[in-house]
Design a protein around this ligand. Sequence first.
Ligand code: 13P
Ligand code: SF4
Length: 304
Amino acid sequence: MTIQEMQESIQKLKKEKDICILAHAYQSQDIWEVADYIGDSYGLSVQASKTDSKTIIMCGVRFMAETVKTLSPDKTVYLANPIAGCPMAAQLSKNDVIKLKEENPGYAAVCYINTTSEFKTVCDVTVTSSSAVKIIKNMPQKDILFVPDCNLGGWVKKEVPEKNFKFFNGGCPTHRKMTQWDVKAAKAAHPDALLLVHPECRAEVAEAADYVGSTTGIMIFAEDSDAKEFIIGTEASIVQHLQFKLPDKKFYPLSQELVCPNMRATTLADVYNCVKGTGGEEIILPDDVIAGARKCIDKMIELG
Ligand code: 13P
Ligand code: SF4
């Protein structure tokens, strides 16, 4: 079967079976082409709460599929490849947050969406990279316990100086690999390029950037900008997508190390098997977890 034949079969089967395919922006081009919606974590959550299809397939990582199930408990939700999990979501457990909250009384627990649904049941609100600043500004509480990504948290703190923050030393193992030395080398190689980075990068990288934002934010900035060259400080797939979308501009990865093995785990064949009913994993969550996590995610949609 060729890529095109596999894509045609997926398109046919998803119509027949009333399936909606959601794909995170880090997914490969061949998956983008069969998706009904592509976006960053925030966009996917909003889309998940709107779709009418009976079945949803998430091409991304596990916490994204759990978010979809939490927002649409009556729908059948699949994670296209069951091994795709975000390591950041395993850095802190629900009991760790309970302990942190006891140690920091009065602080509102704000969790990054890259956490499990169980984890979200003990937090006040969840945020994404594109919604964190707005949500935290809109919260009545002044004292914020931001978990688990201290790099994203540190960037939000600079944007919302009027609030007090406490952090946990967690973060994305892929984005954390980039340092000021990568920035120096990339800028020396491409002196006319603008640097666009994800807020999961270290502060020393974000501080050197011309733009800091979510995966979708980076793509929109590159499209709207008059500049012709860009160094991209997020998962390497975004460099490829930008090259397809804007062939007259040039895009360079901040480093060859910017590859998330979990986001790369899902293939077009996984999507094909999932649509056929011979692959993927159905996401099942206990009712109390759905109810607890829902409050946290609904609050994000309300404030964001
Ligand atoms: P976005 O919120 O930009 O989609 O980021 C999700 C993610 O996992 C980045 O590494
Ligand atoms: Fe998780 Fe980082 Fe991969 Fe995003 S890039 S899914 S935060 S490990």
